[in-house]
Design a protein around this ligand. Structure first.
Ligand SMILES: Nc1ncnc2c1ncn2[C@@H]1O[C@H](COP(=O)(O)OP(=O)(O)OP(=O)(O)O)[C@@H](O)[C@H]1O
Length: 629
């Protein structure tokens, strides 16, 4: 991947830089359609139809059966309408008095009316079935995507192209809404077309090939346009992904102060417009191409249609077909033409939708490949020891490992503090200890069980983590504490955790106490301060009562009282578990049994507070710097 920032370097104040251009060079940088032939693309349709039918059957059997039945009903109705129109025409255009001819054609006209009515009922019912199935299918697709992303190995987020493929899959989810409708219309047109084609062929054998020729260009045009549209979409995926991220950051109320007080609004809007313009420019270049396709294919289709009508006129004038048959042929040709046009238009629409759905399936497969496949080994309820053995981890695309060969042992009852300068690998080490990341080299053993072979759920069931960057979940206060842990029937344990972080008073003051929605953007919601949120995140970790407690900068936003309380609590409960505290507040490391000092991914010092202070190394230097303000 290359990122180019084309900021102008000129005298005076340079203009605001445009958004960086991101170009993928990996396998996701190539549009999969670019290499597929037209025939290969059309051959996708039966597969798409089958897939849609299976998915519809899975979510709503009655709806799916109804849909299928209605397609047959409308098809048969169309055939009956046509066949009996032909019959009525024969009577109407025959010789004899008008009243007699009308009388003779009446039964056929009644059948036509009844069949047309049945056809209407069929299409109303199929719209109803579509209305039943589509929301369920869309929800299923959406949930499949959300759960697939939640389950991938954390390392997948760092892979080039993963986020963009996810963005493409999101479009696939949206397009699922069209899937049943497209398939249903395509199928209905197919049935109608077969019925009409049968009738028109019965009138004269040459009619069908001529009609086919007349509508084929429209079909080719629709598929080619779909291809151009998808190509543009593919080119825009990366930019759209960045734009939606920026949109969220720029408009999320939590970051509103930063945006306003730092005068960022102007630039953000400029940036947003610049990126939107870039996306629009790409989209607009597709318009003339689309126009050329439509004009060329329409002209060709018109020519072939002219040929059809000329042939029909020739057949009638040379008396190769009788006049009533020729008149019926006019109706039949119109009906077949409409059915054929619908067939190609909906076929192309289905093909179009299938391109986006394929992206969704590709992403789901990609996510499934990245789901943890570590092993089945379980972890004992009571973990006595965690051992790291020459552990190395390098993030994708990075030249240097973030953790470069760390060995240490953590025992039950012990508090380990991890300190070091920014970027020295502390958070990465925490992720390796919990198995969020797996070691590239070396091993992390929980009571002898290698995390690379253990069931990750078993590991995370025994882990409580206060991450450096935590989410402020828009849930009730209670769920914000119990999230990820089964809750008890009463709120005793929740209050206990809230007390442990000194939040009782704040929670009691909330409009609905534990039932208060913690999102001021939502109606009836309330907001906590930064430090209060952090206390709540600590309460969540304490509520879990797990054998491993990891706190990564747990008190960075807290007042001294809150910080003091949290560390007292950590000390109080330490004998029951292993505790790891990553911190820059070096005075807090006094409570640790052992401190490890990291630098460039390695442990460079290890010992108690007093030992390290006496050692004159990096730790002592950092403590001195902290005091020298
Ligand atoms: N998700 C990631 N993808 C790629 N590189 C990463 C990722 N997370 C961290 N790094 C890199 O790994 C190195 C160690 O980062 P880490 O977050 O472990 O440091 P840290 O000691 O916790 O820093 P801080 O004190 O700033 O929190 C840094 O060079 C960082 O740029």
């Amino acid at each position: 991947m290359t990122v180019t920032d084309t900021s102008a370097a000129q005298a005076g104040t340079p203009p605001p830089p445009p958004p960086a251009t991101i170009t993928f060079e990996g396998k996701h940088g190539k549009n999969p359609l670019a290499e597929a032939s037209f025939g290969a693309l059309c051959r996708r349709l039966p597969g798409v139809l089958g897939h849609t039918a299976r998915r519809a059957w899975e979510v709503d059997r009655t709806g799916a059966a109804l849909l299928l039945l209605c397609q047959l009903l409308t098809g048969v109705a169309a055939a009956v309408v046509l066949a009996f129109t032909a019959r009525a025409m024969t009577h109407l255009l025959s010789a004899g008095p008008v009243a007699e001819r009308l009388h003779e054609s009446l039964p056929a006209l009644i059948v036509v009316t009844t069949a047309a009515g049945a056809g209407r009922v069929g299409s109303a019912l199929s719209s109803y079935a579509d209305g039943r199935i589509t929301p369920l299918l869309t929800t299923e697709a959406d949930i499949a995507l959300v759960s697939a992303v939640c389950r991938v190995e954390a390392s997948a987020y760092g892979e080039d192209g993963f986020a963009d493929r996810q963005e493409a899959a999101e479009v696939g989810v949206t397009r699922t809404r069209m899937m049943v409708q497209d398939a249903q219309r395509f199928l209905a047109a197919l049935v109608r077309m077969i019925a009409a084609a049968g009738v028109v062929t019965a009138l004269h054998w040459s009619m069908l090939p001529l009609l086919l020729l007349a509508v084929l260009p429209a079909g080719v045009g629709a598929v080619l346009s779909a291809r151009v549209d998808y190509e543009t979409h593919y080119l825009n995926v990366g930019d759209r992904n960045v734009r939606s991220m920026m949109r969220w950051w720029a408009t999320y109320s939590r970051y509103g102060d930063e945006v306003r007080a730092n005068g960022m609004t102007g630039y953000l809007v400029h940036w947003y417009r610049a990126l939107s313009d870039r996306i629009d420019r790409r989209t607009l270049t597709a318009a003339p191409r689309m126009l050329r396709i439509v004009l060329a294919t329409s002209a060709l289709g018109g020519l072939f249609l002219l040929g059809t009508w000329t042939t029909l006129a020739w057949l009638a004038t040379t008396e190769r077909v009788a006049l009533p048959v020729a008149a019926t042929a006019v109706v039949a040709v119109q009906t077949t033409l409409a059915a054929l046009s619908q067939f190609v238009v909906h076929g192309a629409a289905m093909f179009h939708t299938s391109l986006y759905l394929a992206d969704m399936r590709t992403f789901l497969d990609m996510a499934a490949e990245r789901a943890p496949a570590r092993g089945e080994l379980t972890i004992p309820e009571r973990v006595e020891e965690i051992r790291l053995d020459e552990v190395v981890h390098r993030y994708p695309g990075k030249a240097e490992p973030a953790v470069a060969g760390v060995s240490l042992t953590l025992r039950r009852g012990e508090i380990l503090a991890v300190v070091g300068e920014n970027g020295s690998g502390k958070s990465t080490l925490a992720k390796l200890i919990t198995g969020i990341l797996l070691a590239d080299k070396g091993r992390v053993l929980w009571d002898g069980v290698d995390l690379a072979e253990a069931d990750p759920d078993a590991v995370w069931k025994r882990t409580a983590l206060v991450p450096q960057n935590f989410a402020c979940w828009p849930l009730r206060a209670r769920e914000n504490v119990t999230l990820g842990q089964p809750r008890t029937y009463d709120d005793g344990a929740v209050w206990e955790a809230i007390d442990a972080v000194g939040m009782r008073e704040a929670v009691e003051k909330l409009p609905r106490q534990l039932d208060t929605l913690l999102a001021k953007e939502l109606w009836g919601g309330a907001e906590l301060s930064g430090g209060q949120w952090q206390r709540l995140v600590c309460a969540r970790a304490l509520y879990r009562r797990t054998p491993l407690l990891i706190l990564d900068e747990p008190t960075s936003q807290m007042d001294p009282r809150g910080e003091h309380q949290i560390f007292l609590e950590i000390r109080r409960i330490a004998s029951e578990r292993m505790t790891v505290v990553v911190t820059h507040q070096l005075e807090n490391t006094r409570l640790a049994d052992r401190i490890v000092v990291m630098s460039e991914g390695r442990v460079i010092e290890e010992g108690s507070y007093e030992e390290l202070m006496g050692g004159g190394g990096l730790f002592a230097e950092l403590v001195a710097l902290a005091k020298d303000r």
